[in-house]
Design a protein around this ligand. Structure first.
Ligand code: NOJ
Length: 570
């Protein structure tokens, strides 16, 4: 059983805090705490938008910022409070925006800075904040800094990147490999030295040991806060520093999907210096009441915990990706993971999908009951104690649409790793708005094909169906915005020996919400004795339930993959 106090702020202080902390820096949306003393992001629902694929206002086949602006009322009505937009800066698009050529502008394919300002203004009107993606580890090889850096060994930006001589003629400086396949070093003929890139060759790593790099990056975040950005999702934070002596990484048995030897990333990831940088980024974020979300792949909870910072002075929202590695409907594994994250000293952040992961619809789906399972997963992670980060299209049960031929692949990983690794195109397809051609995303052939499921799984059709995935998401999101037990309550695992029904209680000041989720393909019953939790005589009263779920006294009956969210009061 895992219990956790919902509030970390001294309880007598909310009113005072409200007065002290509500700052109003021009541009930024900066009300720092709500009436109960929570920073805004703790009660917010975040939603990731892959801008190439959300809405295409100019019908060129690629989404854009005006497209996003036009969907703000959809987002607000769905229950979204903040959107995180994957990189929309000028970029050659080798890694679809994660190769930035200018950190302070918008790629013309998405619009311009005026469109950006308009999007922020539309967001404000609909109470949807804008979070940008910040890529601190590397730039595009087309960035003027790198162009200068490679021009000569004495160029003013030479030391902004990591240049080294090869070990011997034709041999890179060490054995480090790129996440996208092959060696992490590329020889540049102009100066006959290698530069380091943990991702694609066109994404050279910045040298964070150079104070000028740090300064310009900190200033860049401040520049965007002044423009109205409410925070950043920080890309690949664990990769910022490397061993300056460039020791080889230990080689492990076997090969990865790209055919490279498996390696322990001992000398090019997770350096303690990362935390110093995070503290500095946080200081700047705090000037505007902004939030920092981390792309924090960790192998254990202690590592995740460190990202909050010892005094809570690093990332407010490091994402728990260990949750996404539970790739089956396993109550015991979910219980273990939730309890571990609930026990960290920060606020949990739950995610089930993003632009790098096979869609949750497919990862958890069994091929026959995918809609029921999509609803189950939504009812699950959106009612946990913590902040959820949704992925666009998850709310309508969008599925992966993987390429079937190498020639179709757009993602660099899919091109280097084919056929073992098909890349990430499948989870990045256009948002399915309606049954019009191209799912209403664009009037022109979109950059990635729309899967046939758009005919049934789209916003327009599902809005009319009270039993759709979208209707379930809307109900759950509405509840989590208004129900005090869901907003403020502790998390307590229930019936922990039950291998099929995942259940828990969220409770706050005598008010409770019981969640029971049948993660099996057989009907299940679960009996709840809530006296230990102080809800002895309370009988659950259904608030949201799957079609055949029922509650009688303290016994809940659930159909295969059925769900029940019920109110219990003392
Ligand atoms: C993580 C991003 O999520 C991914 O899409 C990208 O390819 C790498 N970082 C490199 O920036």
């Amino acid at each position: 059983m895992s219990r956790r106090s919902p509030l970390r702020m001294p309880s007598l202080m909310p009113g005072l805090l409200l007065v002290l902390l509500c700052s109003s820096v021009a541009g930024a949306q900066t009300q720092s705490v709500d009436a109960k003393g929570h920073p805004w992001w703790q009660h917010a629902v975040f939603y990731e938008i892959y801008p190439r694929s959300f809405a295409d206002s100019n019908n060129d086949g690629v989404g854009d910022l005006e497209g996003i602006s036009s969907k703000m009322s959809y987002l607000h009505e769905l229950g979204v409070d903040a959107i995180w937009i994957a990189p929309c800066y000028p970029s050659p698009q080798v890694d679809f925006g994660y190769d930035v050529a200018d950190y302070r502008n918008i790629d013309p394919m998405y619009g311009n800075l005026a469109d950006f300002d308009h999007m922020v203004a539309e967001g404000r009107k609909h109470r949807v904040r804008v979070i940008l993606d910040f890529v601190p580890n590397h730039t595009s090889d087309q960035h003027p800094w790198f162009q200068d850096s490679k021009s000569s060994r004495t160029a003013s930006h030479r030391d902004w990147y990591i240049w080294r001589d090869g070990k011997a003629p034709g041999q890179p400086p060490n054995n480090w490999i790129s996440g996208f396949g092959g060696t992490a070093w590329t020889l540049d003929p102009t100066t006959n030295q290698y530069f380091y890139h943990i991702f694609y060759t066109q994404q050279p790593d910045l040298n964070w040991r150079n104070p000028a790099v740090e300064q310009v990056m900190l200033d860049t975040t401040r520049w965007w806060y002044k423009r109205g950005v409410s925070g950043f999702r920080l890309d690949a934070v664990d990769t910022l520093f490397e061993d300056p002596a460039l020791h080889d990484n230990p080689v492990l048995p076997g090969t990865n999907k790209q055919g490279d030897p498996n390696m322990q990333d001992k000398n090019n990831k997770n350096f303690p210096e990362v935390h110093e940088v995070l503290r500095k980024l946080r200081k700047v974020a705090d000037e505007s009441g902004a939030v920092l979300i981390g792309e924090t792949w960790t192998s254990n909870v202690a590592e995740l915990d460190r990202y909050y910072g010892e005094d809570g002075n690093e990332l407010q929202m490091p994402m728990d990706f260990m949750f996404t590695t539970v790739n089956k409907l396993s109550p015991p594994e979910f219980r273990r993971q939730i309890a571990a994250v609930d026990g960290t000293h920060g606020w949990p952040v739950f995610v089930i999908g993003n632009h790098d992961l096979v869609r949750s619809y497919n990862r958890y789906g069994d091929g026959k009951n995918n809609d029921a399972i999509a609803k189950l997963m939504g009812a699950f992670y959106l009612t946990l104690r913590g902040t959820p980060v949704m992925y666009y299209g998850e709310e309508i049960g969008m599925e992966n649409n993987d390429p079937t031929r190498k020639e179709e692949v757009k993602d660099p990983i899919g091109r280097t790793g084919w056929p073992e690794e098909k890349g990430r195109d499948g989870e990045r397809t256009p948002m399915q708005w309606n049954t019009a051609p191209n799912a209403g995303f664009s009037k022109r052939g979109p950059w990635l094909p729309v899967p046939p499921s758009y005919r049934t799984h789209n916003v327009a059709s599902e809005s009319k169906d009270t039993n759709s995935v979208l209707s379930l998401y809307r109900k759950v999101l509405a509840l989590r915005h208004t129900n005090e037990a869901l907003l403020e309550g502790s998390y307590t695992a229930l019936n922990e020996d039950d291998p099929n029904v995942m259940s828990y209680l969220r409770s706050y000041k005598g008010k409770g919400v019981l969640v029971a989720l049948n993660m099996s393909a057989a009907p299940q019953k679960a009996i709840f004795h809530l006296s230990q939790q102080g809800f002895g005589r309370a009988m659950p009263k259904a608030l949201i339930a799957s079609p055949a779920a029922s509650v009688k006294g303290n016994e809940v009956t659930l159909e295969p993959f059925g769900l029940l969210i019920a109110e219990v009061n003392q």
